[in-house]
Design a protein around this ligand. Structure first.
Ligand SMILES: *Cc1c(COP(=O)(O)O)cnc(C)c1O
Length: 360
């Protein structure tokens, strides 16, 4: 059906900043080995699936979920070493938490800061909300450009800073003492986004409470529950009580609550799986570094950033897809990512298939 004048009407009323955006890109992965989205590649043992389905059988999906999801929170406290005196806010994925934090701090002239390249949702959510976004470029080795960063913080006084630790899509950890300096210099909130916590031994969680402006965000997505959509924000009650007010009622659905509670009682399975992924990561990096024309970066996450010999990223991406392997093409998304692809670590079999598809 053609509806006269609709394009003009949309152009008149939808904010130009939003019309210029393209929606978060999700590639069609049907039939492909999926190494593009940092998912855990492992299924659960059959006995565990049966026990989970038994729990779901009793789900009361005619009722609203528990508004506070206390069972989920208790499980997270146990498995993620959240300091007892810190509060928790849950989001429908940590994406939703980024939005809630921004909505809590929004106001005329207020700015959100992050570094680039990093997780694209920081910039996108700032744009959705009409907030100014400051993206401070990393150094070519993907470390923080401290001189520039501290200067921008001092001059621009951002109300909110997001830093991913480890960073996506580069896979590295920023220097801890650099992050501490950022926290100490920032006039407003600093959120350390630990989406990749299962794949590193480093965390700011134990530092919660030491600084009045520090919050730590995590997710169960990368650990192996991406389909459930659950993120968590940990920090002092004074902040979280305010952020909690922006949470939509019942944002954590009945099936997610039951499934996360169940999963966290079987944390050992996820620990085994993430441990296997960490080992496979090192094997894959070693294999990649033996291939001419490919430079894999060190990684503390479940993916590897690789740089290909000049101008080949597009062709290699296409070749991999034609041979049945989907990775993420980053070339073109930021100057520091020229000639780069990002490969999520899969099972040993998937990683071998990837290496095979990489051959000329
Ligand atoms: C994947 C990712 C997220 C999003 O996690 P969800 O909980 O699935 O929304 C947040 N931050 C970073 C850095 C990520 O890479």
């Amino acid at each position: 059906m053609e509806c006269d004048g609709i394009d003009a009407l949309v152009a008149r009323w939808v904010r130009p900043q939003l019309r210029e955006l393209t929606a978060y890109p999700v590639a069609d992965a049907r039939g492909l080995i999926k190494l593009d989205a940092m998912e855990n590649p492992y299924r659960w043992p059959e006995s565990l699936r049966e026990a989970w389905l038994d729990q779901l059988r009793d789900a009361e999906i005619n009722r609203y979920p528990h508004p506070q999801a206390p069972g989920v929170k208790a499980g997270l406290r146990q498995t993620m070493s959240i300091p007892n005196e810190m509060d928790l806010v849950l989001g429908n994925g940590s994406d939703e938490l980024i939005q809630m934090i921004a909505m809590t701090l929004i106001g005329p002239g207020r700015k959100i800061l992050s570094v680039e390249p990093s997780f694209v949702m920081y910039r996108m959510i700032a744009t959705f909300l009409g907030m100014e976004y400051l993206g401070v470029s990393l150094k070519p080795d993907f470390s923080l450009d401290m001189e520039r960063l501290l200067d921008v913080i001092e001059v621009q006084q951002p109300v909110l800073i997001f830093l991913a630790y480890p960073n996506n899509p580069t896979g590295n950890l920023f220097a801890r003492e650099d992050l501490v300096r950022v926290i100490e210099s920032a006039p407003g909130l600093v959120v350390i986004d630990e989406a990749y916590a299962p794949f590193t031994d480093h965390s700011f969680m134990p530092l919660l409470g030491r600084y009045p402006n520090l919050l730590v965000m995590r997710t169960v997505s990368k650990m192996g529950l991406a389909g459930l959509r659950l993120g968590l924000l940990a920090g002092p009650a004074a902040w979280l009580n305010e952020i909690e007010k922006t949470r939509l009622p019942y944002n954590i659905n009945v099936l997610t609550q039951i499934s996360v509670e169940f999963s966290l009682r079987h944390q050992a399975i996820f620990d085994q799986q993430t441990h296997a992924i960490r080992q496979a990561r090192e094997t894959l990096i070693a294999a990649l570094s033996r291939i001419e024309g490919i430079e894999p970066m060190a990684s503390e996450a479940n993916f590897i950033l690789v740089r290909l010999a000049g101008g080949r990223a597009g062709a290699v991406f296409d070749q991999l897809r034609q041979r049945g392997v989907l990775v993420k093409k980053l070339d073109g998304s930021h100057p520091l990512l020229a000639d780069c692809l990002r490969i999520t670590v899969g099972t040993p079999e998937e990683n071998a298939a990837f290496l095979n598809a990489l051959k000329p």
